[in-house]
Design a protein around this ligand. Structure first.
Ligand code: GDG
Length: 493
């Protein structure tokens, strides 16, 4: 299997096509965790990436136009892109509805934000079918199909109905919730049964894997036997043997390290230093999303300034907020709330020559991002819940002076791997997070260096190529007897 082509299937392609005001179309690189993780892998191995480029049929793009844009967008990428265009109804019900108003909040433990609607579910099923039709038209013998994320839980089930019997892998980038929370989902049984049509199901952390296994045992009672050791478990379901494992996603460590070491980035980093002399920078980089816990972070920062006035004029928080889903009222509300809070905190503490929070609401070029990673002393990564969080790994890889320290939420998947060397916080506990910010500010550089070295070694060893190789290797085990435990997978939790 590992010698065949790799077929990546994800909701979004690594490129975005937009309709401009003058009616023409433009193409740009996609952003976000999945793209950052998978693009270097496919570039190395070749293969096909199937997904949605973000425009809808009603935008009126022609086949020819689409073909031209795609071939422009994938120049030198080393792989083929296969776009699937959704209709407006499909986008509204499958993507914005079922995926982002139901699965996303539920799997991040935010049940009160869920909007359960049958029409979302029906369209979700039909779009998963549409995507599986596209896959069937593109695959050849020995391809390994690797489906990504919560938008496509039902794809294997659709492929099986079409008679496809080769092995299919699935990786969930977001957390898998506990039994109590998952049980609230009206379609819980069908979703678990659909997942068991995959041959390999990968989660970010041992905790996600445990949650899933518990749901399978309790919700699909008597139909499942699970056996396993170390990080991998075999489930014998009615239709097949399914391997379930935890595979912490990572980054292209060398690319981030070398990028941070480049002359351009060094120059930008110096520029920041020179303009902010005698100032420690605390860095927050988050997509605009309620799971990232930004209001709690701002409260904790303000509380730290209030409780520890010796930090005033000595630290600034650089909060980069990457625009995302702003057309959805909940996201717009969140943005307004964050901007109000930033305004209030700056209004309260700013003095001539010192601004406590530099707030940036836009996406940055990679070099700018690297300059912030390299210059900042403290990374403040405090999601309320997060599958992994790649920002923390990127910060460490780019921290080539090894003087930075990370404050990390215990609810980010990354804490399973890096928790021992970070300063862990419960993001809901504003008071303790404020104390931890001060602790990081005062921390001796020798301790910071020791911690940073350990984190960088771990991220270097378990990089994105390790992740892909291990996922694909696990995909070849056909039975429990063949299974060789891989101890390195299991990080402390
Ligand atoms: C999902 C899961 C999981 C951010 N700002 C800019 C920029 N970024 C890049 C970062 C990083 C990525 O976006 C964000 O990754 P995260 O992992 O933090 O979060 P999600 O997008 O929510 O990703 C997450 C991930 O999938 C992978 O499995 O870790 O838990 O939610 O790579 O660098 N990139 C550029 N400019 C920016 O301004 N160029």
């Amino acid at each position: 299997m590992s010698e065949g082509r790799l077929i990546i299937v994800s909701n979004r392609l690594p490129v975005v096509i937009d309709k401009k005001k003058d009616g023409s179309f433009s193409i740009s690189a996609g952003k976000g965790g999945l793209v950052t993780a998978m693009a270097p892998v496919l570039k190395n191995r070749g293969g096909v990436w199937i997904g949605w480029p973000g425009i809808i049929e009603e935008d009126g793009i022609t086949e020819q136009n689409l073909g031209e844009l795609i071939s422009k967008g994938v120049k030198d990428s080393g792989y083929e892109l296969e776009p699937i265009i959704l209709t407006k109804k499909e986008r509204d019900n499958y993507y914005e509805g079922f995926s982002n108003e139901i699965i996303w909040p539920l799997f991040h433990d935010l049940i009160s934000l869920c909007n359960f609607k049958d029409k979302y579910w029906e369209t979700y099923l039909s779009v998963n079918k549409k995507i599986s039709n596209k896959i069937m038209s593109k695959i050849i013998k020995d391809d390994f199909i690797w489906v990504h994320d919560y938008h496509l839980l039902n794809v294997a089930s659709e492929l099986r109905q079409k008679g496809y019997n080769n092995r299919i892998g699935f990786f969930l980038h977001i957390p898998f919730p506990s039994l109590d929370i998952f049980s609230k989902l009206p379609w819980r049984k069908k979703i678990l049964e659909s997942l068991l049509e995959y041959d390999l199901i990968g989660f970010q952390t041992p905790r996600d894997k445990r949650n899933f296994l518990q749901c399978v045992r309790r919700i699909l009672r008597n139909k499942v036997q699970a056996r396993g050791r170390e990080n991998l478990v075999f489930i014998k379901s009615q239709s097949r043997d399914v391997l379930v494992g935890s595979f912490p996603i990572s980054i292209d460590y060398e690319a981030f390290k070398d990028g941070a070491d480049s002359a351009n980035v060094a120059e930008r980093a110096w520029f920041l230093h020179e303009n902010l002399p005698n100032r420690k920078l605390i860095l927050g980089i988050d997509r605009l999303d309620y799971t990232k816990g930004i209001p709690f972070k701002l409260k904790a920062f303000a509380r730290a300034l209030e409780k520890y006035p010796d930090m005033q004029k000595k630290v600034s928080l650089v909060q980069i907020l990457v625009p995302s889903r702003v057309y959805i009222p909940k996201y717009k509300e969140l943005k307004d709330n964050i901007e109000r809070m930033v305004g209030e905190i700056n209004g309260r503490f700013t003095e001539l020559g010192w601004v406590p929070i530099y707030y940036i609401f836009r996406s940055l070029k990679r070099e700018e991002l690297l300059a912030y990673y390299r210059t900042s002393e403290i990374a403040l990564v405090t999601p309320l819940k997060d599958g992994m969080n790649l920002v923390v790994k990127e910060f460490c890889a780019a921290n080539i002076e090894e003087t930075g320290i990370v404050i990390l939420s215990e609810f980010a998947g990354a804490s399973a791997q890096l928790g021992k060397e970070c300063l862990l916080v419960n993001p809901f506990d504003v008071e303790k997070t404020a104390d931890t910010i001060y602790e990081a500010y005062k921390m001796d550089y020798k301790i910071k260096r020791k911690k940073m070295k350990k984190m960088r070694n771990s991220i270097k060893k378990y990089d994105i190529f390790w992740w892909v190789d291990n996922f694909i290797k696990a995909g070849v085990y056909q039975s429990y007897e063949e299974y060789i435990p891989i101890k390195d997978f299991d990080f402390d939790y």
